[in-house]
Design a protein around this ligand. Structure first.
Ligand code: HSE
Length: 304
């Protein structure tokens, strides 16, 4: 790749981490994108439309620009595409990976602007170092469902095929939950039986998804490591989960650190989403719901 002054656009997907028992281990890319259009400019110009537009910085502290500038420095280059038009569609601070999307987009933008090809593993290492959550960063970059283990040398990960017939419902309460806060309520030690509970269910979940065996998903998506501790921060976690199952979901979980919920269904995902939304609204918190698909390719750059 050569250094280029041409404009380019990056589409970075939302991601849902954990899927219940796979705390810091499982991450799924969703068909919902933040979009960034970059042009060469001598001065910094950032325009943000969409989700949380009025709160998103339009100077160099803007997450995507900050990641691009920082990674350009690491590459030994200057980031020249300083005009950024951002269309935000991923709800912010709801556990749908909006900051991972911005970070990976910034890092990829730095490579594109400098005309330097960097191997995926390096990008992942860098994005994880900047953003902190490989279970969002890896699926955002590579798409689909990832299984991740943090090793001393960085994240070790693999892909699991996600069944194409499984429908996905997302419900997004108005309540924001900052990931740092949602991590601060977790215990520093866990009970041995709870660890076994989660290991068995995470393994069951991965296997069930690979085999499209939805009969075990509800059990496979139970968790004892994080959701019970995070529930007090959430307007209606157990009510929304129960509503999803009552409406026919085959599995449901908190998305990442919340407050969004993710549910899987064999049919009528829209009804499942509406049921979760109604349960949240019954608790006095407004909520939106939508259905989506898996984003199998991950982050895209146009033109390629
Ligand atoms: N696995 C992380 C957590 C994801 O649950 O804290 C953060 O989006």
């Amino acid at each position: 790749m050569n250094r280029s002054d041409q404009p380019f656009a990056i589409f970075a997907p939302a991601t849902s981490a954990n899927l219940g028992p796979g705390f810091d281990t499982l991450g799924l890319a969703l068909d919902l994108y933040d979009e960034y259009r970059f042009e060469v400019s001598e001065t910094t110009f950032v325009e943000v439309t969409g989700e949380a537009a009025d709160e998103t910085p339009t100077d160099e502290s803007n997450l995507v620009l900050d990641a691009a500038i920082r990674y350009s420095r690491i590459l030994g280059a200057e980031f020249r595409h300083r005009s950024v038009r951002q269309v935000s569609r991923i709800p912010v601070s709801r556990g749908l990976g909006s900051s991972a999307a911005a970070t990976v987009a910034g890092i990829v933008a730095a490579c594109r602007s400098a005309g330097i090809e960097v191997h995926h593993s390096k990008l992942i290492e860098q994005a994880t170092a900047m953003e902190g959550h490989p279970d969002n960063v890896i699926p955002a970059l590579t798409g689909g469902l990832s299984v991740i283990a943090q090793a001393g040398s960085g994240p070790v990960w693999t892909k699991v095929p996600f069944p194409s017939d499984l429908q996905i419902a997302i419900a997004v309460p108005e309540t924001r939950i900052e990931t740092d806060r949602a991590r601060s309520v977790l215990p520093s030690k866990v009970d041995f039986a709870d660890a076994v509970f989660n290991v068995s269910r995470a393994a069951l979940l991965v296997s069930a998804l690979q085999r499209s065996d939805y009969s075990v998903l509800a059990e496979a998506m139970r968790d004892r490591l994080h959701q019970p501790h995070r529930s007090p921060l959430h307007p209606a976690l157990s009510e929304m989960m129960e509503a999803a199952y009552d409406a026919g979901a085959v599995g449901a979980a908190l998305s990442g650190s919340g407050s969004a919920m993710i549910a899987f269904a064999e049919s009528d995902a829209e009804g499942v989403g509406a049921a979760m939304r109604a349960a949240c609204e019954a608790a006095g918190v407004s909520c939106e719901s939508f259905t989506t698909h898996v984003c199998s390719e991950g982050l895209r750059v146009h033109p390629e």
